[in-house]
Structure formats: structure tokens, C-alpha cells
Design a protein around this ligand. Structure first.
Ligand code: CMP
Length: 459
């Protein structure tokens, strides 16, 4: 019979062991489902509290139906598991038939301790045995304190996740209890493209790589993935692999909907955050900055033939196609004059590409121009819509509310370790690339990136 216990003040016993025995017991515990979500340092507490006990061949270590007093790991020897069945006449058979066997490293006796039920099987020493055992009170106290700690860790992580930010403490606790925690090794596959998916993942610690063809997004602590298949009910659209050792919180669509109601809004936010991260300049944003930017995003539709002047705005293409005049311009050395250094070229922008002129002044009252005369105004800052297009848009003034002065923000992007956005795509015969600094990025697509660059004569 179990009695209430004060987990916080419980002082577990400790039995000294060699390093080799400690390692062996840590491994052995790792093979029992009870310890699946328990990290090595917590497992060590169990190992320290284990005591060696010898049995002779033929001894019954555990008898089915008895009260559960210990959990055991086999250190040396072999055991047989027996479960009482019933003979055809309804008389219990004796001895009970053998249902399995265990050897060095296997463990048993956890069921009665965990669920406070009578022993579900009898265990016989097939050879002389050396077992390591831990008593019921220590086993349950350590397990409970470990679970309390893990739960409060998860709660803290969940509080930081944007899609759960509107939940009150009680809802959050319910949600936390619904999470399962899974750890992946570096390189291990988490999601396979094409699989059916109804689980949402949140990175508790570590980094994962989300790969859809050439598009690669890295998600870190507090970011979620797997939301798209949840929203659409379609197959998984990307492969996801652990980059570093990654601990993930996983929850199923059914449980989420029970707790949060329809998921569309929450998951849309999560998805938009990831799309925003595809744009190099947003890769240097802190997570809360990215969240706030996402709140400012608007969805806008454009018709085939529309012309867009992206002054003071960023456009991320969700659907459709557009053309951009992708001539490169840079400041003429020693002057403030902008000059084209290559032949202007029309380049196609499609899904997941973007264009922006965030530093341009917002002089147009509407984005689109319709008159034939407008066609003649097509220049490097004009985007021509080729197919009905849907974009996520972000106003420079809104971005400024999040990141402050945009010049400073671009400088921050430039200095951030993720320097992808400062590369100039094509080499010029006459310009020394090492002497150029990106002024701003006009757009990015399958063609590469179109940047306005400063040519620094002084280097
Ligand atoms: P417990 O019920 O505490 O004690 C007997 C243990 O035998 C049980 O936990 C399990 O660890 C182990 N066991 C091995 N095989 C079986 C089986 N077929 N059914 C139940 N318990 C089993």
C-alpha cells in the first residue's frame, strides 16, 4: 500500500558503486520505458540508490500477486518470467508457464511500483543472480520529483511560445500535460516529406533544419514546425532533421483543438514566422521581434497586369508570379550618383520570393497603376504582375515600430553572422567585389539576389 510522501524533503539512500557499474546501470535503465524521458543526470539518482542483492539458482525473486516492493536490474545471470494461466478445467496451473526471459542488463518489477498493483508475473533465477534493486518509496519519490521538475521546465518553455501566449495559466498547464517530449540526435530525421502528419512540434532546445527542395529554414528554441499539415490536412511538405541534439515538445492536432479551439489563427502565425525567416534580413531578428513583425503582415492580392511600386514596403509572394527589372545599380566611386553596371534584365519572381524597397519613401497612394503610360515607368523599382498574385506585405513604418531605425536595422543584418544577404550575385569585370558593401537588397528569387551596393574606394 502506498503512503503519501513529501517529495521535496525526501532524501534518497546512496550505495557507492564503481564507475563501470554506474555506467552499466545507466545503460540498463535507458532500456526500460519508465526512463524514456528522463535525462542521464536524473537517472544517476536512481543508480546511486540501487543496492546489490544475490540470489541462488531456482530462487523466486518475485511472486505474481505479491505487493511490489522493489524494482530490479539484472547485473549477472539469467531470469525467467512466469505468468499464471488457467488449465482447461479452470484450475490455476502450477508451476506457471514461462512467458519470457531476461539476462544481464534487463530490468523488471516496475509495473507494481508504478501503478500500485499486485505483481503481474513471477520471476525465477535460472542461474545464480546478482541483481541491483531500488525500493518502492525511493523509486516513486525520484520519479515524482523528476516529473515535477520536467513539468515546470516545459511550462516555462510553453510560456515563451507565441501561439500559446494568450492562454491563461490553467489552460497552459493542461496543454503542458498533453505534451510528450522526444529527443533527437544530430542528423536524425523528424519528419519525412509526403508522410501524413497530425502532430505539431515545438523546439524545446536544439536546432532543426526544415528542407523543402532548395529552401532551408533553421528553427530554434521556441519555434514550431509541422503546423502546415495540421492546417491543411495534406501530407508533410518538407523533410525535417535535427541539426544538433534537439528536444522537442510534441502535441497532436486533436489535443490542441480540444484545448485551443480551431487552430487556424495560432498556426497561421507560426507558419508566417517561418516564411519571414526565409528572407535573409529577418534572420537576424530576435524571436519576439519576428513575432511582432508577423502581427503586422497583411495579405494582399494582385491581378495579372498590375504594376507594383514597392516603395516603403516589402512583398513576400505566397502565390503567383511577377517580373522585376533586375539591373544592378551602385554608387559611382567617389560620388553619390547611382549607375547601372549591367544590362537591365527582366527576372521572374515566384512563390517564396520577395521584393522590397523598404528604404524608399512611400510616395504612391496605391500600390498598383493601371494606365498604359504607367508601363513606360517600368524600371528597377517596378514589379509587373504576370499571374494573379497573393503576397504578404509589411510596411516600412510597421517594421520600424519593431526594429527601430531601418538604416540601423540593415546595418545589423550586415553585421550579423548570417551574411548570406550581403553577397552580390554576379561578378563585374570592372568592379572589385571586395570593395563593395551592400546598401540594400531589392529582391530575391531563384535568380539569386538583387542588391544595391556601395562601392567603397577606400575599402
Ligand atoms: P511487476 O508486475 O511489478 O512485477 C513482475 C514483473 O515482471 C513486471 O512488473 C514486469 O516488469 C515483468 N514482466 C515480464 N514479462 C511480463 C508479462 N508477460 N506480464 C507481466 N509482467 C511481465
Amino acid at each position: 500500500m502506498s503512503t503519501p510522501m513529501d517529495v521535496a524533503s525526501f532524501d534518497p539512500p546512496s550505495f557507492p558503486k564503481s564507475e563501470e557499474t554506474t555506467e552499466f546501470l545507466l545503460d540498463a535503465l535507458g532500456n526500460n520505458f519508465v526512463f524514456d524521458s528522463i535525462d542521464d543526470s536524473s537517472k544517476l539518482q536512481f543508480v546511486n540508490a540501487m543496492q546489490a542483492q544475490d540470489f541462488d539458482e531456482g530462487d523466486w525473486v518475485v511472486r505474481q500477486g505479491d505487493f511490489g516492493d522493489y524494482f530490479y536490474v539484472v547485473g549477472e545471470g539469467e531470469v525467467a518470467f512466469h505468468v499464471r494461466g488457467e488449465s482447461p478445467g479452470g484450475v490455476p496451473n502450477d508451476p506457471p508457464p514461462q512467458v519470457g526471459a531476461g539476462a544481464k542488463g534487463s530490468s523488471f518489477g516496475e509495473l507494481a511500483l508504478l501503478y500500485n498493483t499486485p505483481r503481474a508475473a513471477s520471476i525465477r533465477a535460472v542461474t545464480p543472480l546478482k541483481l541491483f534493486r531500488i525500493d518502492q518509496v525511493t523509486f516513486r519519490s525520484l520519479l515524482m520529483s523528476q516529473r515535477c521538475q520536467a513539468r515546470s521546465d516545459i511550462l516555462e518553455s510553453a510560456k515563451k511560445i507565441s501561439i500559446f501566449q494568450d492562454l491563461d495559466e490553467i489552460m497552459l498547464c493542461k496543454l503542458v500535460d498533453a505534451f510528450s517530449i522526444v529527443t533527437y540526435r544530430p542528423g536524425e530525421r523528424i519528419i519525412n516529406k509526403g508522410d501524413k502528419g497530425d502532430v505539431l512540434y515545438i523546439v524545446k532546445s536544439g536546432k532543426v533544419k526544415i528542407m523543402d527542395g532548395a529552401i532551408v529554414v533553421i528553427a530554434g528554441e521556441g519555434e514550431c514546425f509541422g503546423e502546415q499539415a495540421l492546417i491543411t490536412g495534406d501530407a508533410r511538405l518538407a523533410n525535417v532533421t535535427a541539426v544538433t541534439q534537439s528536444t522537442l515538445m510534441c502535441v497532436s492536432k486533436g489535443v490542441l483543438e480540444e484545448l485551443l479551439g480551431p487552430l487556424d489563427q495560432a498556426l497561421k502565425h507560426c507558419r508566417r514566422t517561418k516564411l519571414l525567416r526565409l528572407i535573409p534580413m529577418f534572420q537576424c531578428l530576435e524571436r519576439d521581434e519576428a513575432d511582432r513583425c508577423v502581427n503586422y503582415l497583411k495579405e494582399e492580392s494582385f491581378k495579372k497586369g498590375d504594376k507594383i511600386f514597392p516603395s516603403g514596403k516589402l512583398y513576400f509572394i505566397l502565390e503567383g508570379r511577377a517580373l522585376v527589372m533586375s539591373n544592378k545599380e551602385m554608387y559611382v566611386p567617389g560620388t553619390s550618383e547611382l549607375k547601372s553596371i549591367t544590362e537591365p534584365k527582366l527576372t521572374k519572381l515566384e512563390k517564396n520570393d520577395y521584393f522590397e524597397d523598404l528604404l524608399g519613401s512611400c510616395q504612391e497612394t496605391c500600390d498598383t497603376l493601371q494606365s498604359p503610360a504607367d508601363l513606360n515607368r517600368m524600371n528597377e523599382n517596378t514589379i509587373s504582375v504576370e499571374d494573379d498574385m497573393v503576397c504578404l506585405t509589411l510596411l516600412a513604418s510597421d517594421l520600424e515600430c519593431v526594429v527601430g531605425d531601418l538604416q540601423g536595422f540593415f546595418a545589423r543584418c550586415l553585421n550579423s553572422s548570417n551574411d548570406d544577404c550581403i553577397r552580390v550575385r554576379k561578378k563585374s569585370n570592372s568592379i572589385n567585389l571586395s570593395m563593395m558593401k551592400m546598401h540594400r537588397l531589392l529582391g530575391k528569387g531563384s535568380f539569386g539576389k538583387v542588391c544595391i551596393c556601395l562601392y567603397c574606394v577606400s575599402g
